[in-house]
Design a protein around this ligand. Structure first.
Ligand SMILES: [Fe+2]
Ligand SMILES: [Fe+2]
Length: 164
């Protein structure tokens, strides 16, 4: 069974070019849920998705590299959704998977698993389910992380982030 540190090392190994990309600056300065930035949220989702795959013994069915890269890019929409659509956040939930995919395809080479998992990560809020097991793991890890981050009491004292 993989430890926390081993999982984090795998995420760095397979996702360092994504984490180091200059556009990640936008994710580092945008809150996603509570006091968690989109950047930190993406790393949590990647670690949790790997943890699920490990604990559910799915390694013979899951491509680790695609799983990590899809998780790191699932919210690569590159704006602060709190400022977007005049504070009316309803559309963001439905559209940001596609926006993340468009941005990710511009900045990285993605395979079919990665593309599909990013585009469909908001299922079942959006109608199309993921086509690959990796996509279900990203969706599951995202829901669990988002819920934890949203209900955390730390959200009440979040530091102001420097804007680019
Ligand atoms: Fe998302
Ligand atoms: Fe997310």
């Amino acid at each position: 069974m993989l430890t926390r540190n081993q999982i984090r090392a795998l995420v760095n190994e397979h996702g360092h070019d994504i984490l180091d990309h200059e556009h990640m600056r936008i994710e580092r300065t945008s809150y996603q849920h509570g006091c968690i930035t989109t950047y930190a949220h993406s790393i949590r989702v990647a670690c949790l998705a790997v943890w699920f795959a490990d604990r559910l013994h799915l390694w013979h069915r899951v491509d680790l590299r695609s799983l990590i890269r899809a998780a790191l890019l699932h919210d690569y929409f590159l704006y602060d959704w709190h400022d977007w659509d005049d504070g009316d956040h309803r559309l963001h939930g439905f559209t940001h998977g596609r926006t993340a995919l468009r941005n990710a395809m511009r900045d990285f080479r993605l395979n079919a698993i990665e593309r599909d998992s990013i585009a469909c990560h908001m299922f079942p809020m959006t109608p199309t389910p993921p086509s690959y097991l990796e996509g279900y793991l990203v969706t599951m890890a995202d829901k669990v992380s988002a819920t934890r981050e949203t209900v955390s009491l730390k959200r009440f004292n979040r530091p102001k982030l420097a804007r680019r």
